[in-house]
Design a protein around this ligand. Sequence first.
Ligand code: SF4
Ligand code: SF4
Length: 173
Amino acid sequence: MQRNFHDYLAAWREIFPRPRKIRWAEGRLFNGYCKDCRYCCGPQDDPEPFPMALLPGQIRSDLAEDFYLLSGDTAYIGARGCKAVGPFGCRLEQAKRPVTCSLFPLVPANGGLYLYKICPAALFSPLVLWADMGRAVATWLAGFNAADLTRISLSLTEQRLAERYIYLDIRLF
Ligand code: SF4
Ligand code: SF4
């Protein structure tokens, strides 16, 4: 059964009685919640797949060993979770992970930057921190070429954005 925002909030409150540290550095988000969460790499109760586009330099012939694929260059997370997750988290080196994984819960979508509000780090960290980190991430993403940036940006409906995302008022393209 699909859980809603408040179901997740209640679950995260049990697991995370105190805030943990998050920071953006070296092109990835270091998130103190992840090791006790693993929500976004695991099986999803959401019927809509979450696409994770790969950059041209990440395309390889054995992609299907590490990902469930929507197409030859786009992995996704769905009811089976991600193939790349192991008992201690992601088993892929950073360079092989979709860019999305390095940013999450910050999510490029519809040309802007959003915060995925069901993530415990999103819920228990101040919005001001996400706003500042979002701007640092946008500066980093500005180094991408336009085609790659467009590729990794999701296309989401207004309803979807309202259900799961907070807009940080940051345009990427
Ligand atoms: S949902 Fe958030 S805290 Fe949980 S594993 Fe994903 S990024 Fe980490
Ligand atoms: S590639 Fe790794 S970090 Fe990304 S969703 Fe899969 S297991 Fe998680």
